[in-house]
Write a protein that binds this ligand. Structure first.
Ligand code: HEM
Ligand code: HEM
Length: 175
């Protein structure tokens, strides 16, 4: 018997994972474009990012009331501890990274409004401030790096348990 995460936890996990990966792809495609053309990709980057933030806060609240299933007992304590630490940092980063971007994009004096998929203006009502935009920019640039590294570490960890340890591990989070 495989002990699995619940359906809601699995839905949150994969929806947020896909959106986070999409946002890294969008921004790296935008970087190669001339300045005037970047908006076409940066506008969805911002909207997807705001959606990630809202989903992540909802996911965190859900997580408080729903414990993960027990790990296979063959996983050594240090690996279980590392996994817990990575998950904790993930929860921090999937909130702090989009929040810092949202602060930057809302407070920047020359930035266009944050458009949520053409549905409404999602600019935070903070007023324009170069200092706040600068803080958001620096935090965004710094925090996206550990997020990227954690994704790699997380995938390597999951595949190691799956294939090297021969445990049905990815199934724990598989729909
Ligand atoms: C790309 C962004 C991703 C993020 C932000 C992310 C985040 C997380 C978080 C926060 C958890 C812990 C869930 C909890 O206990 O509440 C988790 C668990 C898990 N993730 Fe991901 N994940 C990502 C991608 C992936 C990918 C691509 C895989 C496939 C290899 C994967 C496989 C798993 C598995 C198997 C678990 C369960 C781990 C366990 O039982 O201890 N994740 N993920
Ligand atoms: C989890 C969600 C997000 C991820 C993974 C992400 C990732 C990134 C990355 C990797 C960069 C390039 C940073 C660099 O220059 O090294 C970037 C830039 C940027 N992001 Fe995000 N982002 C997210 C959410 C957001 C949100 C919510 C907004 C605004 C509402 C936003 C606005 C921006 C802007 C304006 C830039 C360009 C900054 C510049 O011109 O230097 N991002 N993002």
């Amino acid at each position: 018997m495989i002990s699995k995460y619940g359906k809601v936890a699995i839905a949150f996990h994969w929806l947020i994972a896909l959106l986070v990966i999409a946002n890294f792809v969008l921004v790296s495609m935008a970087e190669d474009l001339p300045r005037e053309a970047r908006g076409a990709l940066m506008s969805p980057h911002k909207a997807v990012g705001v959606a990630i933030l809202l989903l992540s806060v909802a996911r965190l609240f859900w997580r408080f009331g729903h414990k993960p299933p027990p790990l296979p007992t063959s996983i050594p304590a240090w690996q279980a501890g590392l996994g817990k630490f990575v998950h904790l940092l993930f929860y921090f980063l999937i909130i702090a990274v989009p929040l810092s971007g949202w602060l930057m994009a809302s407070a920047h004096p020359q930035a266009p409004p944050v458009d949520f998929f053409g549905l409404f203006d999602a600019t935070l009502p903070l007023g324009k401030s170069k200092e706040l935009a600068g803080f958001g920019h620096d935090a965004h640039e710094i925090l996206t790096k550990p997020l990227f590294l954690l994704i790699l570490l997380h995938i390597i960890g999951a595949l190691k348990h799956q294939f090297a340890d021969r445990l049905p591990f990815v199934q724990r989070m598989w729909p």
